[in-house]
Write a protein that binds this ligand. Structure first.
Ligand code: NAG
Ligand code: NAG
Ligand code: NAG
Length: 716
């Protein structure tokens, strides 16, 4: 199996049934139970933060709770009533007699049923409008109150009839067949959101956009989530991580510690993908953690396979400032370098880039150094020498990092460009980051600027080259496609990232005027002809704060999230669980296939692939991609390396050269796409390098863990 070090990260990769997707993850998991000053934009989460259990029962803004005592619920005989403060509104109804029914009628497009589960609970059938929708097993090994037993979303905006029947059946562990009703939560159509998105009609050779599936946890699909009342549950509380199965469009909740367990700001979470749907997150906070608290930091895999952890805040908040800043970097596993023996290394750049410098944009470069952009500035950091080389400031006062969130890409590397790295930064804001939140407006126009800088001596001398997107975007996502084009999607035309603290908010959203149409950028086209929206579908789903987009192994673009709220909400701009799949035109034509990819490819090695219908005139390209993992517009580790390739004289195979060295593709997993006349095959997974772990320095680990602690209130 692939080594953990490469997948590790504070976040994780996510995989399902052999079909790894890149890791989408989310760093917002950081509600701190023990920190008295925990803050989300200065606001505390719902009262449940302080309750011993974070219960699934929740009424999102815009929804209505129907208590079990409500006259609009009809019970058959045998249902009994009980008072107990543990239940919603201190009451519940329950029955164990086979055939007992409970019926609720509502007018709206979603419904959730809450009740108790326990060792005495059995199986109920659930019918909606006469159709059997589910068999719900309410058994749990311990007594759990206020559990979400069933939910149906995206119903038509009409009246519905939900019928729950006690079947008398129970699983073999259960001792009885009880079924509970504590409350139903419904969305009333009248104060509900807009019409649902229509599925566009698919047509060949066109882009298409389809909404299918739900992430189950707010915002970013495949992994981590904001600790809030997400519709998936695990261990009696709402889930804050899930795995999304790209084949079946189903989700599986994942267990995560760090909510009420330990301070998640120092968490390191590892996920080793598996084929059997059993794998879970690995967390051992007593053994594996960061030296210092970091909220909204960036993680970059280096050319030695370890990761560099960059910046962040010492506590949750909105805008970083001098008090909260953590202007340091550290490594995982810890390294004994620069006299720090595993402890954080000070970064003047991160001190100088306050205030808007969270989630720095970072890419490991072919020479092993690291490009970092934060706020209006950029640098190249040489982690081996501990030197920072400042780059020209981003033009026109544009800020690109949280909460002035833009996005960045490392443009494709290839031998034809001498593996010379070039960075492009898009979107963000020119809003002054020293202004207080209440002075900034959600209606202030975002930046429409993309800036490119070639990181060679002459490129740096020439400076940033500025281009203009068709519309401004705060919180865009830039997704590199196998053919080297860049899709820019998501975000709003105005405002800034975060929620709850600027003027003119929409609901709680600090940003407004969502951009619904993606734009494609061709970095190799002549200047002035690079942006195109031709044939691009338009969504009706706002993707603002906490939205993500990523390429999938098969070549579609997965778009998820948006949650500019303190907790789950159905008020505009509400919490969005729907996933959209954007298909470039290549998805609807015949796709090339190849075989023969080794399990691992070593630097400098050559290997051959077999593909059909290739001849001398065929135009081929072999794209090696790290799909990265994404949050807050930052596509961490994402890169495309175009490998040297040639068609054999007998046209039977394609000779391919692995990346020349680990600077060009840091050791770790990749997806390899064969493009035939511009159409990519589905990507296949391959390990680049030996697949062994990163260097481990036990002395640096011991020093880190003996001289630092899990800080619960203040950081020394
Ligand atoms: C809670 O129960 C009381 C009666 O005990 C009822 O009057 C009230 O409407 C209920 N509240 C809700 C939110 O259903
Ligand atoms: C710095 O940010 C924290 C967290 O948002 C906030 O509590 C504090 O007041 C800020 N300090 C200053 C000096 O603005
Ligand atoms: C991959 O895409 C092709 C269309 O190009 C589709 O037929 C196939 O079902 C997809 N596979 C998966 C696993 O999504």
């Amino acid at each position: 199996m692939y080594n953990l070090g490469l997948f590790l990260s504070l976040f994780a990769a996510s995989f399902t049934n052999n079909l790894p997707t890149n890791a989408l993850y989310h760093r917002n998991t950081r509600l701190q139970h023990h920190v008295s000053t925990s803050a989300w934009n200065g606001e505390l989460l719902a009262p449940s933060l302080d309750t011993p259990r974070f219960l699934p029962y929740f009424v999102p803004a815009g929804d209505r709770s129907i208590d079990d005592t409500s006259p609009s619920i009809e019970y058959s005989a045998h249902f009994r009533f009980q008072r107990n403060p543990a239940h919603v509104n201190a009451t519940r109804h329950f029955a164990g007699v086979t055939g007992s029914t409970v019926r609720v009628c509502f007018f709206g497009n979603r419904v959730e049923w809450f009740g108790q589960s326990s060792p005495e609970h059995g199986i109920a059938s659930v019918h909606l409008d006469g159709d059997l929708l589910a068999m719900v097993d309410a058994y749990s090994p311990e007594v759990l109150v206020q559990q979400r037993l069933f939910a149906a979303y995206d119903l038509s905006s009409t009246s519905h009839d939900l019928l729950v029947t006690v079947t008398g059946a129970r699983n073999r562990l259960s001792t009885n067949s009880l079924i509970d009703v504590d409350a139903f939560v419904v969305q009333d159509v009248l104060d509900s959101i807009k019409a649902r998105s229509e599925k566009p009609i698919l047509s060949a050779l066109e882009w298409s956009l389809v909404q299918l599936g739900s992430t189950g946890v707010a915002a970013n699909a495949n992994c981590y989530y904001k600790v809030e009342h997400n519709p998936l549950s695990i261990s009696g509380h709402p889930a804050w991580a899930s795995l999304y199965d790209l084949r079946t469009h189903s989700v599986r909740p994942l267990k995560l510690l760090n909510f009420g367990d330990v301070n998640g700001l120092q968490a390191v979470r590892m996920f080793n993908p598996c084929d059997d749907r059993q794998c879970d997150m690995m967390e051992q906070p007593g053994r594996i953690r960061l030296a210092s608290p970091r909220w909204y930091n960036t993680v970059t895999r280096l050319d030695d396979g370890s990761v560099m952890i960059i910046g962040g805040s010492l506590k949750g908040g909105w805008m970083n400032n001098k008090t909260t800043n953590n202007p340091t970097i550290e490594f995982f596993p810890p390294k004994n370098i620069h006299g720090q023996n595993g402890l954080p290394i000070a970064s003047q750049f991160l001190a100088d880039t306050l205030n808007s410098n969270l989630f720095p944009i970072a890419f490991s470069l072919p020479d092993g150094r690291v490009f970092v952009a934060a706020n209006r500035d950029a640098m190249i950091y040489d982690w081996r020498q501990n030197t920072e080389i400042r780059l020209p400031r981003i033009p026109n006062g544009v800020r690109v990092t949280y909460p002035m969130t833009g996005t960045g890409v490392l443009l494709p590397l290839s031998r034809s460009n001498g593996y010379t790295p070039e960075i492009m930064l898009c979107g963000g804001s020119t809003v002054d980051d020293s202004r207080a939140g209440y002075e900034i407006s959600a209606q202030e126009t975002a930046s429409d600027q993309c800036s490119r800088l070639v990181l060679s001596k002459s490129g740096i001398e020439e400076g940033w080259k500025v281009e203009t997107m068709p519309e401004p975007r705060i919180m865009p996502d830039a997704v590199t496609l196998p053919d080297g084009k860049i899709l820019i999607v998501n975000g709003g035309r105005s405002g800034i990232a975060g929620y709850g603290n600027v003027k003119g908010k929409v609901g709680q959203s600090n940003a407004a005027n969502p951009v619904f149409t993606p734009v494609l950028y061709d970095p190799s086209a002549p200047s002035g002809q690079r942006f195109s929206r031709q044939g691009m579908p338009t969504s009706s789903i706002a993707r603002l704060y906490h939205s993500v987009a990523t390429l999938t192994p098969n070549g579609t673009i997965m778009i998820a999230g948006s949650n500019p709220n303190l907790d789950r909400s159905n008020v505009e701009f509400g919490t969005e669980y729907r996933v959209e799949w954007l298909s470039p035109p290549y998805m609807s034509v015949h796709r090339p296939q190849y075989t023969g990819l080794p399990r691992a490819i070593e630097y400098g090695q050559t290997f051959s692939l077999q593909a059909q219908n290739i001849d001398k005139t065929t135009n081929i390209q072999v794209s090696l991609m790290d799909l990265g993992f994404v949050t807050h517009g930052v596509q961490m580790n994402a890169r495309l390396v175009i490998l040297e390739s040639h068609i054999s004289d007998d046209h039977q195979s394609i000779g391919v050269a692995a990346p020349p060295n680990a600077g060009i593709y840091p050791p770790g997993p990749a997806f390899l796409y064969l493009l035939v006349n511009g159409v990519p095959s589905p990507g296949q997974k391959v390990m680049v390098g030996k697949g062994s772990g990163p260097p481990v320095d036990q002395g640096a680990i011991d020093n880190t863990y003996s001289t630092t602690a899990i800080y619960t209130s203040s950081y020394p």
